[in-house]
Design a protein around this ligand. Structure first.
Ligand code: SAH
Ligand code: SF4
Ligand code: F3S
Length: 474
C-alpha cells in the first residue's frame, strides 16, 4: 500500500469512528429534548484568526448534525470557547467571560462548558483552569479537534472535568460535517501548523509542525463547496507560500493556485497568510495571469528595522521587503497590500520605529493591523529585555497614525470608478444598505436588498470614508 492510500484510509476510518459517536450523541440530545420539550441549545464563541473561525464551523457542523439548535446567546446548554493565545489580551478575555458562564451554569445545572483551541495547548493555562475554573466540563486542544464528537459524547457519560490535550499530531481527518457561516464564501485549510518560529510567536508551539493537505483533497472540497453555492474561497495557512513542501509529491503554492483556478463556477480566490520570505516570482506570475485571484495580498511586515527583523527571525531585511513590495506593485499595479505590524518587540528603539514608519510611507498599505508586542511564555523573545510600556505606547500611537493617514489616501484612489463587489450582508447600521466586498478587500455600502446576498454586482464607488466606500449599483 502506498503512503498516500494508507493515510487517506486512516482518515476515512477515523471519520467513520466519529460518525458513530455522532449517532450516540443524537440519542443523548433526543433524550434531552424529551425531558425539556425543546432541543438543547449550543453556542460556539470564536477568538483569534481565520483558522479558528474555520475550526468553529467544524464544531458547529457537528453540534447541528447531532441535533443542537445553534444560538449566539451564551446562556445555552452547551457553550464552547474556541480560544486564541497569540497575545495576552486574548487570554484575559476568555478568563473574564468564563466568570459570567459560571453564573449561567449555577442556574442551569445541565449546562456543559467546553474550552478548545490554541490556549489549551499551554500547560500553564490547563493548570489555571483546573484550579480556578473547576466548573468547566471539557478541555481539548488544536491537534484533536477532529475528536470533538467523541468528547462531546463523553460529557454526557461522565462527571467532572474531562481533559484531552495532545502534544502534536500528523493526522489530518477529512470529511466531518461543517456548517458555514456564509452560504456563498468559505475558508479552506490547505495546511496546518507553522515551522517558522518567529521569536515572539506562540503559534508553532500551539499549532505544531507544518502539515499540508493533499491537493486532491483540497480541490475536491472546493468543488463540493462550489456545487453548494460558494463563489469565493479563502485558502488558509500560517504561511501559504511554503505549501506542499512536505507532501509525498511536493507541489508549490503557485501550482496549487493554478489548479484551483480551473474549478468551474468558482469566481474569487483569496489566501492568507503570505510570509514575505517565501513569496516566489512564480506566485507573482500566477496572481498576475489569474482571472480569479483577488487583487489583495496580506504581507505581514512586523517591523521595518532590519536589526529587529533579524532578532524576530523573520528571515528578510527592510530592503528585501521593500524590493518585494515594489516588484508586486510593478507587476500588478492594482494589487492592494495590507500588513501586520508589531510595536515594542524587545530592544526596539525610537530609531527602529522610524524605520517601520518609513516602510509604511513607502509601501502605502491599504490597511494595516497594528499590535503591541505581547510577551508569550516559552518563546525566545520573552527572555529578552522588554521595552518600557510608556515608550511602547508612544511609539504605537505614532505608527497607528501613519497607517491611518497613508491608508486613507491609498483606499480613496478608486473614487468615482465602478468595481465588482460580492454582496455579503445587510449593513449593520442601516437596513436599507447592503455591504459588499471589492476584489481588493475594501468594503462598499450601497442601497439594495437582501436578495443580492451572494451575488457579484457592479457598484460605483461614490465616496471614500477612510477604510470603506459609499456607493450605488450600476
Ligand atoms: N502566520 C502569520 C501571522 C499569524 S499571527 C504571519 O507570519 O504573518 C497574526 C499576527 O499577530 C502576526 O502577524 C503578528 O503581527 C501578531 N503577533 C504574533 N505574535 C505576537 C505577539 N507575541 N505579540 C503581539 N503580536 C503578535
Ligand atoms: Fe507565528 Fe511567524 Fe509562524 Fe506567522 S510565520 S505563525 S508569525 S511563527
Ligand atoms: Fe490565535 Fe491560534 Fe490563530 S493563537 S491567531 S487562534 S493560530
Amino acid at each position: 500500500m502506498t503512503e498516500e492510500i494508507k493515510r487517506s484510509q486512516s482518515s476515512a476510518d477515523e471519520a467513520a469512528r466519529q460518525q458513530q459517536f455522532m449517532d450516540k450523541c443524537k440519542v443523548y440530545v433526543a433524550d434531552f429534548a424529551d425531558r425539556h420539550g425543546r432541543s438543547p441549545r449550543a453556542c460556539v464563541v470564536t477568538f483569534g484568526c481565520q483558522m479558528n473561525a474555520r475550526d468553529s464551523e467544524k464544531l458547529i457542523g457537528i453540534l447541528h448534525h447531532v441535533g443542537y439548535e445553534i444560538t449566539e446567546d451564551e446562556n445555552a446548554d452547551f457553550v464552547i470557547y474556541n480560544t486564541c493565545t497569540v497575545r495576552d489580551n486574548a487570554n484575559q478575555r476568555v478568563y473574564g467571560r468564563l466568570g459570567e458562564l459560571k453564573g449561567y451554569k449555577r442556574r442551569n445545572p445541565e449546562m456543559k462548558i467546553a474550552l478548545c483551541g490554541c490556549m489549551m495547548q499551554e500547560p500553564t493555562v490547563i493548570e489555571k483552569i483546573r484550579k480556578s475554573y473547576s466548573f468547566v466540563d471539557l478541555l481539548f486542544g488544536t491537534h484533536n479537534i477532529f475528536k470533538f464528537a467523541e468528547l462531546l459524547c463523553a460529557t454526557f457519560e461522565q462527571e467532572g472535568m474531562l481533559i484531552d490535550i495532545w502534544k502534536d499530531t500528523d493526522q489530518i481527518v477529512e470529511d466531518l460535517p461543517v456548517e458555514r457561516k456564509y452560504a456563498f464564501k468559505s475558508g479552506i485549510n490547505i495546511m496546518f501548523g507553522c515551522n517558522n518560529f518567529c521569536t515572539y510567536c506562540i503559534v508553532p508551539y500551539v499549532r505544531g509542525r507544518e502539515r499540508s493537505r493533499e491537493p486532491k483533497d483540497i480541490l475536491r472540497e472546493i468543488e463540493d463547496l462550489v456545487a453548494d453555492g460558494v463563489v469565493e474561497i479563502m485558502l488558509l495557512g500560517q504561511n501559504v507560500n511554503s505549501y506542499g513542501k512536505n507532501l509525498e509529491h511536493p507541489m508549490s503554492f503557485a501550482e496549487l493556485l493554478r489548479e484551483v483556478e480551473k474549478i468551474e463556477g468558482l469566481q474569487r480566490i483569496r489566501f492568507m497568510t503570505s510570509h514575505p520570505k517565501d513569496l516566489s516570482d512564480e506566485l507573482i506570475r500566477v496572481m498576475k495571469e489569474s482571472k480569479k485571484i483577488c487583487r489583495h495580498l496580506h504581507l505581514p511586515l512586523q517591523a521595518g528595522s532590519s536589526r529587529i527583523l533579524k532578532a524576530m527571525n523573520r528571515c528578510y531585511t527592510k530592503e528585501q521587503y521593500l524590493e518585494l513590495a515594489d516588484k508586486i506593485r510593478r507587476e500588478i499595479p492594482d494589487m492592494a497590500l495590507t500588513t501586520d505590524i508589531m510595536v515594542g518587540f524587545p530592544g526596539e528603539t525610537a530609531r527602529d520605529v522610524e524605520e517601520t514608519i518609513d516602510v509604511i510611507r513607502k509601501v502605502q498599505y491599504d490597511n494595516a493591523f497594528t499590535f503591541i508586542y505581547s510577551q508569550r511564555t516559552g518563546t525566545p523573545a520573552a527572555a529578552m529585555e522588554q521595552v518600557p510600556e510608556e515608550e511602547v505606547k508612544r511609539n504605537f500611537d505614532k505608527v497607528l497614525k501613519t497607517v491611518q493617514d497613508t491608508a486613507r489616501e491609498r483606499v480613496a484612489r478608486y473614487q468615482g470608478q465602478v468595481m465588482d463587489a460580492l454582496v455579503e450582508e445587510v449593513n449593520e447600521n442601516d437596513p436599507t444598505l447592503m455591504t459588499g466586498r471589492l476584489s481588493n478587500n475594501t468594503l462598499v455600502h450601497f442601497p439594495g436588498d437582501k436578495s443580492l446576498i451572494g451575488q457579484i454586482v457592479d457598484v460605483s464607488l461614490d465616496e471614500c470614508h477612510g477604510f470603506y466606500y459609499m456607493g450605488h449599483r450600476v
